[in-house]
Design a protein around this ligand. Structure first.
Ligand code: DON
Length: 317
């Protein structure tokens, strides 16, 4: 007798253990309503606080998705590791490493404090990221943002757009970043016109991604710079290992110590509500939930990473 034909729903029921785990995370943490949507960039305050998406990409290119995994949000600080990697490859490590430190600051992401040389502590805080954008502008001039957008797209495996309203909103209100950029110009880290550098930085922060994109971007870092979905080598292994290093020590700002102690996976958050985590040679995780804690990290995103690390024993150490 021929086997009975399977209905599509039967296939859906045949979920892998990982898929069932991600579904359970989504269900368990959906009820978590702690934290608040960022509103210091006024436009970000319009995000739906209930959105919640999770995606996990393996280094063999399989992508799992749960919930609002295709909902677009602005990349914000999750752009920082990728632009740092791009700067290393574009300008050379010596140039970049002489301008930006690699020490955790222990300060919040928007701290105006610089290190003893009046350089940014590391490329994961705003000061360091603004310096990276300035370096890319040194190399690429007025084409700097487009160069960054294309590179972010290669990490994600698709062309990425910009949220113009968020860009305009941050440009209109970003005086703290303007102050940081002037301090960097004062110490010679920025040589360019401050407003031009900040235009690149604010645009880079306004690039739109989804949880799925974040997972693929993280998986590209986990996979030595090769996008596991497209097969493209996006950045060099040198740039990837240094980027994962600063994500490990500083990716979660003044929560970085607690993070690496409890979760043990290099990660980067953004005030748009994204968190991405890259476990070398294994996987990339992307989550989106815009309610943030006092450090500017997504509350549910932290829970997902903690649960994943604990359940599969993924702590690196
Ligand atoms: O510069 C800012 O303040 C924002 N464009 C990005 C900050 C951010 O995402 C911090 N992350 N959690």
């Amino acid at each position: 007798h021929p086997a009975p034909r399977r209905h599509a729903n039967d296939w859906a029921a045949l979920k892998s253990p990982l898929r069932r785990f991600l579904d359970a995370c989504h269900a368990d943490f959906s009820v978590e309503t702690g934290g608040a949507v960022a509103n210091y960039i006024p436009e970000l305050g319009k995000a739906d606080p209930n959105h919640f998406g999770i995606s996990l990409a393996t280094i063999d290119g399989y992508v799992y998705e749960v919930g609002d995994s295709r909902e677009p949000f602005t990349i914000q600080s999750m752009s920082k590791p990728f632009v740092f990697a791009l700067a290393l490859d574009t300008l050379g490590a010596d140039h970049v490493e002489s301008a930006i430190g690699v020490e955790p600051s222990g300060d919040p992401f928007n701290s105006i404090r610089l290190d003893a040389n009046n350089h940014p502590f590391n490329p994961m805080v705003n000061a360091g990221a603004i310096a990276c954008s300035a370096l890319i502008r040194e190399a690429e001039g007025d084409g700097a943002f487009e160069y960054i957008r294309q590179a972010l797209g290669r990490f994600a495996g698709r062309e990425l757009g910009v949220d113009e309203a968020v860009f305009a909103s941050e440009s209109a209100t970003g005086d703290r970043n303007r102050a940081i950029a002037y301090m960097l110009r004062n110490s010679g880290v920025i040589k360019d016109d401050v407003s031009k550098v900040l235009e690149v930085y604010f645009r880079q922060c306004s690039v739109l991604v989804t949880a799925r994109d974040s997972a693929v971007m993280a998986a590209t870092l986990a996979n030595h710079g090769i996008n596991p979905v497209t097969g493209e080598q996006v950045v060099t292994p040198y740039a990837v290992s240094r980027t994962l290093s600063v994500m490990t020590s500083s990716g979660m700002y003044d929560y970085a110590g607690e993070w690496i102690y409890r979760v043990g996976i290099p990660a980067k958050s953004g005030v748009g509500g994204g968190i991405l985590a890259a476990l070398p040679a294994r996987l990339g995780l992307g989550s989106y939930s815009p309610r943030l804690d006092s450090h500017g990290n997504s509350v549910r995103g932290i829970k997902v990473c903690e649960a994943l690390s604990a359940h599969y024993d993924l702590h690196m150490l």
